[in-house]
Design a protein around this ligand. Structure first.
Ligand code: R5P
Length: 267
């Protein structure tokens, strides 16, 4: 792997632990003003100091993230769909040149394996990998799931392996039963997407299990920014990912940070 590409990847997946806590805030590209992200700048600012990397769209990066940040950016560069139409109908929305101009550390492209526009999305990924290789920019493949698609190990292993075979440098996928199989059969690092909001303790258990079964970290959105205390939640997730904290210990940390924040607000 090229030095620049390796260097950028190591800004995201921290060499000290081999893990990452990425904060996903790209949901608006097809969901519009998602709960918790109505005003992205207000959501992102207090969480940014605790994120190993931030995953926004170009518009949110430009308008809502302080350009002086040292947090590496994983820029979403596929889109063109919306929640109202066929989700898999995505194309590339940002050129590699603009991604470089924005000083990103990686770009992210969704693939919809088994969906109507499977080939189009896989070719989107292949194109950005070719360009990423040219400029030393790593590519994160997002194994997006259509509305009626199963999220089991058989399907997710298929999607992750296809992404890795094409040359994706890391892959984002969902947690599932037999997650070990998904990790074992994918030769590049896997980060777990959080999925829909669930109770905080359950989200920490999910994180713990994913790490235990070989994930290189998380790329989590709603389970952080829709938590009762997002700043406490991202720190609890960090404790699981980087310090191998148990869900019980991480949840206790969450509760104590949440309480401290509430007290500060009262003053
Ligand atoms: C979806 O395609 C987006 O890439 C989101 O960033 C992704 O789903 C992760 O966010 P969440 O943890 O909310 O599922």
């Amino acid at each position: 792997m090229d030095w620049g590409l390796k260097n950028r990847l190591s800004r995201i997946i921290k060499p000290e632990t081999g893990k990452t806590v990425m904060l996903a805030v790209d949901h608006g590209y097809f969901l519009g003003p998602t709960t918790g992200l109505e005003e992205p700048g207000k959501t992102i600012a207090p969480l940014l100091p605790y994120a190993d990397a931030l995953m926004p769209t170009r518009g949110v990066l430009r308008t809502s993230v302080d350009a002086s940040t040292s947090v590496p950016i994983v820029l979403r560069v596929s889109g063109g769909n919306s929640i109202l139409k066929e989700l898999s109908d995505e194309e590339i929305t940002v050129t590699m040149e603009d991604a470089i101009r924005l000083n990103v550390s990686a770009v992210a492209v969704s693939i919809y394996v088994g969906a109507e526009y499977q080939k189009q999305t896989i070719m989107n990924l292949a194109r950005m990998i070719n360009e990423g290789e040219r400029y030393g920019i790593p590519v994160l493949a997002v194994t997006a799931v259509g509305k009626d698609m199963a999220r089991d190990a058989r399907y997710l292993a298929l999607a992750c392996r296809i992404a890795a075979e094409l040359g994706a440098h890391f892959v984002k996928t969902y947690y599932c039963d037999d997650f070990e199989r998904v990790v074992r059969t994918c030769p590049v690092p896997i980060v777990m997407a959080g999925g829909k909001k669930i109770p905080e303790l359950d989200a920490l258990k999910l994180t713990y299990n994913a790490i235990k079964k070989g994930a290189s970290g998380v790329d989590m959105g709603r389970n952080i920014f829709q938590a009762e205390s997002p700043v406490a939640m991202i720190q609890a997730v960090r404790a699981v990912v980087h310090e191998k904290a148990t869900p019980k210990k991480a949840y206790a940390l969450y509760l104590s940070l949440k309480e401290a924040e509430a007290k500060r607000r009262k003053k």
